[in-house]
Design a protein around this ligand. Structure first.
Ligand SMILES: NC(=O)c1ccc[n+]([C@@H]2O[C@H](COP(=O)([O-])OP(=O)(O)OC[C@H]3O[C@@H](n4cnc5c(N)ncnc54)[C@H](OP(=O)(O)O)[C@@H]3O)[C@@H](O)[C@H]2O)c1
Length: 203
């Protein structure tokens, strides 16, 4: 079936969803995992995670998925693995990043949501880093802790702009206090230094 060009005026291209990521890491050390699990109990951060990701497609690595008791409810669980995996209700296995994004885009269009979330672990944060435009980063005041998985990326100006930061005290079900920052990636044309002499670049 071909489309009459006169009808093209009625075709409204949908905007692709923003690719967002959400991570919690230790200060110092940027540890995100140990022994295949999170290195802390932080109920308040899990509530933040749930609030941001519910209703969205979430993309994760096979190891992160294995660490969960069950697929995350109320979200499309897209799980990356290079190997065939047994079918499982509530889980969409994919073998590459493009396939993950295609599935996430389709889900977002159907649900009319404007964000998809990369939720880790380190291998998957890294695989999507170049295309992620918003990062929610919880920095957990652990002091030095053991960890076998780190996410050591630095959100540097002028590429990234911290647009919010809130402190959260340790609640009854939290091992530590933490801060939640949101970083937005500037478009290349907006990556201007305020001081053209370059003095700020040394800061
Ligand atoms: N603090 C946090 O915010 C946070 C968030 C998430 C996870 N974590 C922690 O991080 C640790 C897990 O992280 P991780 O980096 O070791 O593992 P991961 O990223 O969860 O999973 C890695 C696996 O995902 C698959 N994969 C990754 N990139 C792929 C690609 N481009 N194409 C196809 N498949 C791909 C591969 O699976 P196959 O080997 O099956 O091919 C790979 O072995 C755990 O301790 C977890 O608790 C922490």
């Amino acid at each position: 079936m071909s489309l009459d060009p006169r009808n093209l005026a009625n075709v409204r291209p949908s905007r692709p969803p923003e690719i967002c990521a959400i991570v919690a890491r230790s200060i110092p050390g940027h540890v995100i995992g140990h022994g295949g699990r999170l290195p802390w109990r932080l109920k308040s951060d899990l509530a933040h995670f749930r609030q941001k990701t519910t209703g969205r497609a979430v993309i994760m690595g096979r190891k992160t998925f294995t660490s969960l008791a069950r697929p995350l409810p109320g979200r499309l669980n897209i799980v990356l693995s290079r190997h065939p995996q047994p079918r499982q209700d509530g889980v969409l296995w994919v073998t590459g990043t493009n396939e993950a994004l295609e599935q996430a885009d389709a889900y977002s269009r159907a649900r009319e949501t404007n964000e998809v979330f990369i939720i880790g672990g380190a291998a998957v944060f890294t695989a999507f880093l170049d295309v992620t435009s918003r990062y929610w980063v919880s920095e957990v005041s652990t002091g030095p802790i053991p960890g076998d998985t780190v996410f050591d990326y630095e959100f540097r100006a002028p590429e990234w702009c911290r647009v919010s930061r809130v402190s959260v005290g340790a609640g009854e079900n939290d091992d530590y206090g933490f801060t939640i920052s949101c970083f937005e990636r500037r478009k290349p044309e907006n990556r201007l230094w305020p001081d053209r002499s370059g003095a700020d670049r040394q800061a």
